[in-house]
Design a protein around this ligand. Structure first.
Ligand code: COA
Ligand code: ZN
Length: 303
């Protein structure tokens, strides 16, 4: 069966939403542990304004202190040229540029209209000039919590504008878990046709319990790259009602059980996932770390 690649976003999407600052040492130890689990990519942090995202204000230090495992790409989220300069300085392997397909969400999250974001990100792509691969994450690609439905054509239109600038990949983000499997099937089919030469990644939140159904639908439609967040943490602080991403370990567990090659060491991943409640100081939504794998059997009750 086809190889499936995972990008871990817990230290970016996960931690940006936490109310208590996660100490830098803890972030570094966690990324180093994740580096041993078989990920294709780890989104370590974001180079955003520390006023907008105070939880990730230690981005330079984290990038400077993590151990870089061979074969793993260390990517970072970037909203503007200032962020790109910081990311390049920190030797990121990829820049993950972000803007929203929804005008209202872009104004709330990035404090500028979409055209201004597009101009800023065009400036980033010119600055990078092919030295580092660029991915673009399109927030609210399946719906906006303030505007409602987002048209597929609108998603494709923004994707095309970035494709024309020579980006390596596009990520369609379901920022507040509004996507359902029938919609995912349609979006995936259209995006794969339109962006055949690009890496296509899907980024689902499990806000309404549809996350793994959406992953499965996307896999069946031929997608082989997903973002996931350990423990199912995550959410955009500027999207009303946002909650956690799909739990990476639950997604890997499902795909593993189905016989897919994810390249991941699930036992090692579950051991790291079981540390998450202590790291964030509260319970986390991921289920397999609590329940165990389907192959973990219980002793029969004594008769
Ligand atoms: N890194 C560090 N500081 C930055 C920065 C960056 N990438 N971009 C802007 N700043 C600083 C400016 O230097 C300025 O600092 P000052 O007040 O000390 O002078 C301040 O932030 C405001 O700059 P401005 O250009 O006016 O930005 P803004 O206030 O309009 O905010 C963004 C725009 C994009 C920088 C901000 O909204 C942001 O970082 N958003 C990220 C949201 C996010 O990550 N959401 C979750 C993921 S989807
Ligand atoms: Zn997200």
């Amino acid at each position: 069966m086809k190889r499936i690649y995972f990008n871990e976003v817990v230290t970016r999407d996960g931690f940006q939403m936490e109310s208590a600052f996660i100490p830098t040492d803890t972030k570094v130890v966690l990324v180093d542990a994740l580096s041993e689990c078989g990920y294709a990519k780890i989104e370590v942090t974001s180079f955003t304004s520390p006023k907008a995202i105070p939880m990730l204000r230690d981005a330079e230090e984290v990038m400077g202190r993590i151990r870089r495992a061979p074969g793993v790409e260390y990517t970072v989220l970037v909203p503007n040229v200032r962020g790109a300069e910081r990311a390049l300085e920190s030797r990121a392997d990829e820049l993950n540029l972000v803007m929203s397909v929804s005008e209202t969400h872009n104004l709330a999250n990035l404090r500028m209209p979409r055209e201004k974001s597009f101009a800023a990100l065009t400036g980033v792509i010119r600055l990078v000039d092919g030295r580092t691969p660029v991915n673009v994450s399109l927030s609210c690609s399946f719906g906006c919590p303030m505007e409602g439905a987002v048209a597929l054509d609108e998603v494709l239109r923004w994707g095309e504008r970035f494709a024309a600038l020579g980006v390596r990949g596009l990520t369609l983000c379901d920022t507040t878990g509004m996507a359902h499997p029938a919609q995912v099937a349609q979006w995936v089919d259209a995006a794969q046709r339109r962006f055949a030469g690009l890496q296509l990644t899907l980024h689902f939140h499990n806000t309404r319990g549809m996350g793994l159904a959406n992953v499965l639908t996307a896999v069946q439609g031929g997608v082989d790259r997903f973002d996931g967040s350990l423990g199912g943490l995550g959410g955009c602080p500027y999207a009303p009602g946002a909650s956690g991403n799909i739990s990476t370990e639950d997604a890997i567990h499902m795909l593993d059980a189905m016989g897919h090659d994810t390249g991941m060491d699930l036992d090692r991943l579950l051991a790291v996932a079981r540390r998450m409640p202590d790291i964030v100081g509260h319970s986390v939504p991921g289920q397999v770390a609590r329940a165990g794998r389907i192959t973990d059997l219980h002793p029969a009750p004594v008769q």
